[in-house]
Design a protein around this ligand. Structure first.
Ligand code: HEC
Ligand code: HEC
Length: 418
């Protein structure tokens, strides 16, 4: 069993910065077309994710399963290619690798402390891995930036990845309430003019690190010595998880992740995360980042606290419930072959219907993906699966309804809050 997680495992940030980050996290001012915030895809109502297998980014309307592809010229052209990750416990000091493919990590590849898609263009002064990450949704055409020609941020990003950030920073610091709050929260900021994207990212990191800490689940109480915190089924599930099922060989340590990459063979669909020379809508996972053939179709092991709240599951949300996701671990090849599009529950976007599952018709690619599946966790029977699912439900925090800061009712830009 892993050691317990506690407050001392987390990076601490000034509370004024976290409070400022709360407003920014839910403020659509950070998106090119001012129509989506971080909170739209990482909402507490959906366990800090978005409740769907593949999300609908900027241009979409609504929240969770009710979100649709928008209308008129603003409507979406493609889906977000991967399932929105939950944000629990990412402020823990031990977290070194973010994203399904690990493309944002702590490393000194570019002499700036982080290995990110911005390479040497990443600004200095970022206070954490979470701060480095916060810069990238802003530059993504489908997530927040919008299409070139639609707004000044998207146009600048098209030119070079770092060029949109000063435009966003200027938008934010020009709003008087933000200007004052940055001066109050950061020692080195003397006037609103000093605010750059770095302080914005640092505030977003401070908020996420504080707000989404969660280690008071029944299982955490059990780790603390309260034998009665788990019922009989959860205890059986726990034994399977840590012993026979070997789940903890990958979902290891206090965070339930080795932060490494494995090929589970989730059935592919959606636009894929195509690279420049990819002709098909596929997602090669870690290999897209490492260029190492051994990493083909591998994805980072997800952390599992509050996992009962973050359906659908897997890097593309291929499974709508925990039992099916666990079942897949026990019989990955069988499930790869028998999976049906309805298992994902992809929200309908009529004009994307013809491309959503097009990858499944590419026999050569499907054969390659099937061949890449690594054998794992054999011998899970149905009652085993129910017990393991019961155990995973015991990883849900007890005080999620009373977070430190919550969703603000209004934000300084005056834009709507989701
Ligand atoms: C359109 C939906 C969308 C929006 C908006 C969005 N995200 Fe995300 N977020 C995602 C998806 C999808 C992923 C996983 C992407 C991948 O791994 O390729 C992700 C991943 C992350 C991660 C990595 C989590 C982990 O475990 O590695 C963090 C942190 C994060 N987002 C924070 C933010 C912040 C901060 C913002 C606002 C600046 C934001 N997101 C805006 C969809 C979104
Ligand atoms: C070989 C490493 C490995 C083992 C062993 C393993 N997992 Fe996983 N697990 C992963 C990876 C990798 C993913 C993500 C796969 C993807 O997105 O393509 C995952 C995904 C999951 C998810 C979905 C989480 C989410 O947020 O989407 C759950 C739940 C899960 N595993 C539970 C288990 C259970 C229960 C066991 C034991 C029966 C287990 N895992 C054994 C590597 C492993």
């Amino acid at each position: 069993m892993p050691p317990a997680l506690s407050a001392t495992d987390f990076i601490t940030f000034p509370p004024e910065q976290a409070a400022l980050g709360q407003l920014l996290f839910y403020d659509k001012i950070l998106s090119g077309n001012k129509n989506i915030s971080c909170g739209t895809c990482h909402h507490p109502k959906f366990g800090t994710s978005d409740g769907v297998s593949l999300g609908i980014g900027e241009g979409g309307v609504g929240l969770g399963k009710d979100r649709h592809g928008g209308t008129g010229h603003a409507r979406i052209e493609r889906r977000v290619p991967r399932n929105a990750l939950a944000l629990w416990n990412l402020g823990a000091r031990d977290v070194h690798t973010l994203m399904h493919d690990g493309r944002i990590s702590r490393a000194d590849t570019y002499n700036n402390g982080f290995n990110t898609p911005a390479e040497e263009w990443l600004p200095g002064g970022l206070n954490s891995l979470l701060a480095a990450q916060a810069l990238f949704p802003l530059t993504s055409e489908t997530e927040m930036a919008g299409g070139t020609g639609e707004n000044e941020v998207a146009g600048a990003v098209y030119d070079r990845i770092d060029k949109g950030w000063p435009i966003i920073a200027k938008r934010v610091r020009s709003i008087p309430e933000y200007g004052h709050r940055f001066v109050a929260a950061f020692d080195h900021i003397n006037t609103p003019k000093d605010v750059t994207i770095v302080e914005i990212a640092n505030a977003l990191a401070a908020f996420q690190a504080l707000e989404f800490q969660s280690y008071d689940s029944p299982f955490d109480r059990y780790l603390g010595g309260d034998e009665g915190a788990l019922d009989a089924s959860q205890k059986r599930g726990k034994a399977l998880f840590f012993k026979a099922g070997q789940c903890a060989s990958c979902h290891s340590g206090p965070l339930f992740s080795d932060q490494k990459f494995h090929a589970l063979g989730l059935p592919p669909f959606g636009p894929g995360r195509t690279r420049r020379f990819d002709l098909i809508a596929r997602d090669v996972g870690r290999m897209g980042e490492s260029d190492d053939i051994a990493d083909a179709y591998r994805f980072r092991t997800p952390m599992l606290r509050n996992v009962a709240l973050t359906a659908p599951y897997g890097h593309n949300g291929a499974y709508a419930n925990l039992a099916d996701m666990i079942h897949h671990h026990g019989d990955p090849v069988g499930r790869f072959d028998s999976w049906m599009p309805d298992d994902a529950g992809l929200p309908e976007v009529p004009w994307l219907r013809s491309v959503d599952f097009i990858i499944m018709q590419d026999k050569a690619e499907i054969t390659r993906q099937r061949r890449g599946i690594a054998p794992i966790g054999q011998g899970l029977t149905v009652s085993n699966i129910d017990d393991i699912a019961a155990f995973l439900k015991a990883l849900t925090g007890a005080t999620l309804d009373t977070p430190p800061l919550g969703v603000p009712s209004t934000v300084p830009s005056g834009l709507t809050v989701d």
